[in-house]
Ligand binder design. Structure first.
Ligand code: PFF
Length: 446
């Protein structure tokens, strides 16, 4: 068997993990889910979920992957042979696969907007009508599928040749650029008429929202989604690590950067939401695709430049996340069926792309009347994964490290033996995180 690949450096791993975490979740998903769930109250609960559940669980997933040196199912089986924990790994593969199916669709929208700005189509739209432009663009039968396929073809191409080489370099250059760009755009947003109202919406909680169970479910779903947790991406990536990497600081870095990206993205988007009459915070999945074009339109000539750079960098951020999603299934198939990387990539990549087609056609397209529990197909698969599967997957990772694995080994793996942080971490993955997740799952179901 070929030798297992490894990251070239510790920084390479951190960049890849940040690349997986930072993506559409921070910009597209964070803003629309925060918008639908009351803004500031959501933000507060979301940050609590990140700190109390996300941070301990990401460290748990890093340690499972590095210790297991295998894909998400293989790592569980290797550490605890013959035990049912591998079920968590199976959930992981199913979730990563399902998420990628619709992730490719949204990323396809991003690529279309890039194209529309490069060719001048988007600049021709009259200010105040970008909502119509958005629904027109994604509503056809051919367009959304074409852009989804194009994006997925690039993902498959990169994973086909092995994930390590390209990602480290691309993340090193494009992630910082994206950070700078959204800070500039957030600065501009603060000059808009709706800035005060936007900031209030984001930072001044409406206390009644804390009584709504849906807000907690949305917050934990978003926390897992944005940190790429509960579906094995972080386990798979950590399995390409050599033994000597410091896991706790890597976990802290990923969580901090990911959260900052989301907050700055919120500051970039919500002032605009309250500036334009045709936009409402609860507009759903189209929010950034309507809001930002209105803002670019206001910027005049510079708007074209910012729009092109923005959609390009977001497409790259989505790419590094999508790569990690596909890698979960590919690593699994390579071990489980003894396929080589190329075969595993083609088979998994093609199936997941086809499975995304109903999502691509569900927003105004031919399948828009086909509703599941009253939701378009895309929203239904999204809800299924992050309301239930991710939380379950994350809970299994926490329980496994807390109870299934022996505590001494888990602490040794993270380099936290005999430290206060180690003791606190164990307590969190044993009790706080699983109970927190369980409570939210129960709220969700009833
Ligand atoms: N964390 C990514 C984002 O925020 O866009 C999405 C994602 C990537 C989810 C990888 C899950 C995953 F395994």
């Amino acid at each position: 068997m070929a030798e297992r690949e490894q990251w070239a450096t510790r920084l390479g791993f951190i960049l890849a993990a940040v690349g997986s975490a930072v993506g559409l979740g921070n910009i597209w998903r964070f803003s629309y889910v925060a918008g639908e769930n009351g803004g500031a109250a959501f933000l507060l609960i979301y940050i609590l979920c990140i700190l109390l559940i996300g941070l301990p669980v990401i460290l748990a997933e890093f340690s499972i992957g590095r210790r297991g040196q295998s894909d998400v199912v293989g790592s569980f089986t290797k550490i605890a042979p013959g035990k049912p924990w591998a079920l968590g790994g199976i959930f992981g593969v199913v979730s990563a696969f399902t998420i990628l199916s619709f992730y490719g669709v949204i990323a396809g929208w991003v690529v279309y907007f890039l194209y529309a700005y490069v060719t001048g189509i988007a600049q021709g739209v009259e200010g105040g009508t970008y909502d119509e432009f958005f629904f027109g663009a994604i509503g056809g039968a051919v367009g959304p599928v074409f852009w989804q396929f194009l994006f997925m073809a690039i993902v498959i191409f990169i994973v086909f040749f092995g994930v390590k080489k390209g990602i480290e370099l691309s993340n090193r250059i494009f992630m910082p650029l994206l950070a700078v760009l959204i800070i500039i755009l957030a600065g501009f947003a603060l000059t808009l008429d709706g800035a005060g109202e936007g900031l209030r919406f984001m930072f001044s909680p409406d206390w009644s929202a804390f009584g709504e169970p849906g807000v907690y479910a949305a917050a934990i779903g978003q926390a897992f989604f944005t940190l790429s947790l509960g579906m094995g991406a972080m386990i798979t990536y950590a399995s390409y690590l050599p033994k000597d990497t410091k896991l706790p600081s890597a976990a802290g870095t990923v969580v901090t950067l990911d959260t900052l990206f989301a907050i700055v993205a919120g500051i970039m988007i919500f002032p605009a939401v309250f500036t334009f009459a045709n936009i409402d915070p609860t507009d759903g999945a189209g929010l950034i695709f309507i809001t930002l074009p209105e803002v670019f339109n206001l910027m005049g000539g510079a708007g074209t430049f910012f729009a092109i750079v923005f959609f390009f960098l977001v497409a790259i951020a989505a790419l590094s996340s999508a790569i990690s999603l596909l890698e979960v299934s590919v690593a699994y198939a390579m071990r489980q069926f003894s396929w080589n990387r190329k075969k595993a990539t083609i088979v998994a990549g093609v199936i997941v792309t086809l499975f995304g087609v109903p999502s691509a056609l569900s927003y105004g397209g031919p399948l828009s009347d086909f509703l599941i529990f009253g939701m378009p197909f895309l929203d239904a698969v999204d809800a299924l994964t992050d309301r239930y599967l991710l939380a379950l997957g994350g809970m299994i990772s926490a329980l496994f490290v807390g109870w299934g694995w022996n505590k001494v080994d888990a602490l040794r793996e993270t380099g936290l033996t005999d430290t206060t942080i180690g003791a606190i971490w164990i307590w969190f993955i044993r009790i706080v995180a699983p109970l927190g997740i369980l409570w939210i799952l129960i709220l969700n179901i009833f």
